[in-house]
Each structure stands twice: as C-alpha cells, then as structure tokens.
Design a protein around this ligand. Sequence first.
Ligand code: CP3
Length: 340
Amino acid sequence: MRFLDACRREKTDATPVWFMRQAGRYMPEYRALREKHGMLELCRTPELAAEVTLQPVRAFAVDAAILFADILLPLPPMGLKLEFAEGEGPRLSPPVRTEKDVDALRVFDPSEGLGFVLEAVRLARRMLAGKVPLIGFAGAPFTLAAYAVEGGPSKDYAHVRAMMRERPDLWGRLMTKLAGVSGAYLLAQARAGAQALQLFDSWAGILTREEYARFAAPYSKKVLDEAAKSGVPLVHFGTNTAPFLEEFRDAGGDVVGVDWRIPLDEAWRRIGYGRAVQGNLDPAKLSAPLPELKEAVAEVLRRAGGRPGHIFNLGHGIPKDTPPDRVKAVAEWVHEMSSR
Ligand code: CP3
C-alpha cells in the first residue's frame, strides 16, 4: 500500500496523500452526526468513531485513514475532567500545577482506561477491509502537558514555562507519567490493528531549541521507543519545529512531519534522506483561488523531487471552513502530478 511503502522509503506508483483532521467539521457528513452526538460521545462510541474515520476515505482519494479520536482522551483516565465547550476549544480541570496535582495523576492500562478507542481501531480496520491503512495516534508529552498545565489552549503558556523554569524536577515527573501513558497507548493501538502510528507534538514550536532538547525531546523519544516495539511505521509530527528540526528528528520516527513554514527540500536536507518526510502544504492555501492552490500542490511535489519517502499532507490540520471539493481536488492532483 502506497502510504506504508512510502513510510519505509520504498518506491510507489504515485505519492501517497492524506490530511491531518481529514474527518471533521468541514465535512457535511460529520456535521450531520455531530447534530446528534457530542464530540466526546463520538469518540467514546466505537461504532460512531469508526464511521467518522471512514467518511473521508469514502469521499476522497486519500491513501490512509486516521482514527477518529482526540489527543486529549488519555487525560480523563489520568484523573482530569475534559470538556469541549462549543467554539472555545478543550477545557481540562483541575489544571496540573502543584506537586499534589502531579502525584494524583494515574498511569493507567490503555485496555482499561481507553478500551473504547482500541475497539474503534478494531472496527475501523474491519470496515476499511484493506482499502487503505489505518493510522493510530497519540499526543506527545509536551503538547499533552501544555494542555494539562494550562487547563486548555493558551496564548503565552505562562504556567508551563514557569513549571519548566522553577520546578524542573516536577516537570520531569509530569512528563515521565505522560510519556508512559502515550507510549503504552500507541503500542496498544498497534496491537488492536493500527498499521502506522503518529505522535502529535503540535505545541512543541513554542519552545526554543535548548528548551526543546531539555524539556521535551527525551520524553518524546521514550514514547517513540516504546511505540517502535510494535514494528509499525512511526510518524513524528510537530509545528514550528524548524529551529530544532535536527533534535526533533533525533527524538525518533520513521517519518518526520514538516509544517509549511520551512520549504520541504530544505527540511528534508536537514532531516537527512535516511528518513521519510510528511507535508507540507500551507493549510491556508485550501481557500486560495484554484490555480494558486494547484500551483502550491505542484511546488510541494517539486521540492520533494520525486524521491521515495514523501507523503503528501498539509503542514497542519484542515481548517474547519474548507470546502470539501478542495480536499478532493488536492488528493486527485497529488496522484496525477506525481504518477510515475
Ligand atoms: O486528524 C483526524 O482527522 C483525526 C482526528 C483528530 C482530532 N483531533 C479530532 C477532533 C486528531 C488527530 C486530533 C488531534 C488533536 N486534538 C491535536 C493535535 C493536532 C492539531 O491539530 O494540532 C490537538 C492539539 C487536539 C486538541 C483539540 N481537540 C483541539 C484544539 C480541538 C479544537 C476545538 C475547537 O472547537 O475548535 C479539538 C476538538 C476536535 N478534535 C475536533 C475534531 C474533529 C472538533 C470537534 C467538534 O466540535 O466536532
């Protein structure tokens, strides 16, 4: 299968393509289900999660399915309350700030705390029937910690920065717990049938190179080392990682996710051709005039240079106001333009 072959840097008949957040609010099929069910209800009902996972596979020529879930799902079994308030993004309570808060977090067995996700993996695998591979995922410790410590999205990450600076010991204990949970969770998803695994470190880019190397990379490495025991390809994704791309690569992953702030050829040169790369169309281009969008797709492919080991994706998730026909067009163009 194209996607899995590309992860291993093998030649493919065309460049594989899938999209982060390919299932979601920009799709009418998804909105129809969301009218009846909350976001967390979709995630916690395996039949619904598997159904949403397949929606983009039916609608577009994507080469992979990503499990419908959320990176924050492991936080409730650790002891935090998670809510998605309409239009506000996720809320976590109580925020993890003190010694007592960190000690109270439970490191749980994924088959107990997240059995519904593992069931969704099994169901989605069966429903995909070999059409395209299924990607499982988890949040990287840094991004999870950022949400847990701030209690939700944040502009300045003041509490996270304060904990790293003033209590590096406490930070280390928190990150060690999160790494244990994420690693076991990824491994369990592979054992339930996920054919590749992606680690999302969406907020790593708020760190400097030195901070990333000290406060985040060792814990991501722990997660990726654990997940590697599954033998399935690992994708390591982050945004704003250009300042520390080498450290990011060294934390692990067969495939390194690249965002749009750095040209793909330059990123691949720095990562080294011994790894596959995934990316890196600017998500904002999805709402540009069609010729501009098409040229942007062509440019990403040109920069990949036809080298085996490129997986086409956006530099981050699909924006929620994207017209679905744009997503359809991009997937088709990628295949046409890269056909060999
Ligand atoms: O990519 C996919 O299609 C798979 C599903 C997926 C979701 N979230 C579904 C979702 C994945 C891989 C994620 C990852 C995720 N979740 C990340 C890392 C990737 C990234 O985009 O940076 C982060 C930071 C989260 C946390 C989170 N969950 C946020 C910030 C939000 C948005 C809140 C909002 O209202 O805009 C969510 C909710 C969420 N996760 C939605 C979806 C489809 C929207 C929920 C809805 O209202 O229907």
